[in-house]
Write a protein that binds this ligand. Structure first.
Ligand SMILES: Cc1ncc(COP(=O)(O)O)c(C=O)c1O
Length: 430
């Protein structure tokens, strides 16, 4: 496959931006080779600068649940942009998107729009601290919540430990405000809260952890978190930047029927434009400035063009059978691959929930903790990845990243992905 233009562009990009990219995983470090520079997308397909066409399962890392350049999203963006791109004053479009969400999402009563998932999480933490008057946060090993200082931490040594920063530039004092616990471990959370509840403002979790493989939690564990938080006056934050509007309009809260105290959103909410949000009850949200003492602001927050994209995309998600159709397609994809894996007896497992899927070189039917992932097998992923790329199927370039199915994927697209993935597995396992 010809990739001369991508190579030239990457050489130039490296002289201009750190690592040639504006977000690290795009640099292909974990799979090797040159990042593919994309030029256009339509539906489930994307084209690179050299003219190669791919079936896309990265979907911009999740936002594009309708696929690329969806007609309704495109029309709404163009209509809005003709009236200007930003005012720094309220617009009716903010009401429209907020109302669309709140009237169809029974787990939040009020919402604040920001410009990224990271910003949503950062603001939700400040809100939780402002509401409770406490400062420590519990997070889980294997969950990613954006590049918020106090969440770029890993577990230190010891059972209940304060975090150690995973990035230079994060003061130890910030990492010290975070406690990192293993996923799906009721006892660890219970004993931590019993000892430290008077210091802990919130527990933050991706209710469907999908940034470090797909580590589906037991319903019982999530219910247990809810009960413990209520018992100890600790707020429960569901980070639904990926799962929100993905596993159903009401996300994981709706799927599991668990009421978190705060929910963070990103990705799908903005229809491919930079939007994040956080929502909660009136009571909690009224702590935010200008009503309350928790300060949070943004020049481009609630940007009209971004709101328009969100309105168009979420309107489509609300159509009858939207999520059932997505599920049906994803089941077809996953079943097709599973059949092949079983027939060949490969030690590979494919995991999925809604239209999110991920495969690992493991025979464990359920993976729910980060330490169960065999990092030693990631070299096999790199081989699979390059086979897929060479055969025009595009995934996020890391074995820890999940794939997505969009409403735009056709049966033919899914069949192509099944065949190419099965061939890739034959290549590396054969
Ligand atoms: C669960 C979760 N939270 C937060 C973020 C950060 O969002 P953003 O990249 O928009 O800042 C991400 C990004 O992947 C995410 O998956």
């Amino acid at each position: 496959m010809k990739q001369d233009k991508s190579q030239q562009l990457f050489e130039k990009a490296k002289t201009l931006m750190p690592g040639g990219v504006n977000s690290p995983v795009r640099a292909f470090k974990s799979v090797g080779g040159t990042p593919v520079f994309m030029k256009k997308g339509k539906g489930a397909h994307i084209w690179d600068e050299d003219g190669n066409e791919y079936v896309d399962h990265c979907c911009s890392w999740g936002p594009l649940i309708l696929g690329h350049a969806n007609d309704e999203v495109e029309t709404k963006i163009i209509e809005t942009i003709k009236n200007g791109t930003s005012f720094g004053a309220p617009t009716a479009l903010e009401n429209e998107l907020a109302d669309l969400i709140i009237s169809n999402h029974s787990y939040i009563e009020k919402i604040r729009f920001v410009s990224s998932g990271t910003e949503a999480v950062m603001s939700a933490l400040r809100l939780a601290r402002g509401v409770t008057g406490k400062s420590k946060i519990i997070k889980f090993d294997g969950c990613y919540h954006g590049h918020v200082d106090s969440l770029l931490v890993k577990a230190g040594s010891g059972l209940v430990t304060f975090g150690e920063s995973t990035s230079a530039g994060v003061p130890a004092a910030f990492a010290n405000e975070t406690i990192v616990l293993p996923l799906n471990d009721e006892e660890a959370v219970k004993s931590c809260l019993e000892n430290l509840h008077h210091e802990i403002a919130a527990i933050i979790i991706e209710p469907i952890p999908a940034n470090n493989g797909l580590l589906i939690q037991s319903h019982k564990f999530l219910v247990h978190l809810r009960e413990l938080c209520t018992q100890h006056n600790v707020l429960l934050i569901f980070d639904e930047v990926i799962s929100g509007f993905r596993v159903g309009f009401e996300g994981a809260a709706g799927l599991y029927q668990i009421q978190p105290d705060i929910i963070t959103f990103g990705k799908i909410i903005g229809g491919g434009m930079p939007v994040g949000a956080y929502g909660a009850s009136h009571e909690i949200m009224n702590h935010i400035s200008p009503l309350g003492p928790v300060y949070q602001a943004g020049t481009l927050s609630g940007n009209p063009v971004a709101m328009s994209a969100g309105i168009a995309q979420l309107t489509a998600c609300l159509q009858p059978h939207f999520y059932q159709n997505l599920q049906h397609k994803t089941d077809h994809l996953v079943d097709g691959i599973k059949q092949h894996i079983h027939a060949k007896g490969y030690e590979i497992t494919i995991y999925n929930i809604g239209s999110i899927f991920w495969f690992a070189f493991s025979d464990m039917a359920h993976l729910n903790r980060a330490d169960q992932i065999n990092s030693g097998k990631m070299s096999l992923f790199a081989k699979v990845y390059h086979y897929l790329l060479d055969n025009c199927v595009y995934f996020g370039p890391s074995g820890y990243e999940v794939g997505f199915v969009s409403a735009a994927h056709s049966e033919a697209d899914i069949d192509k992905t099944i065949k190419t993935m099965c061939d890739a597995f034959d290549l590396v396992m054969g």
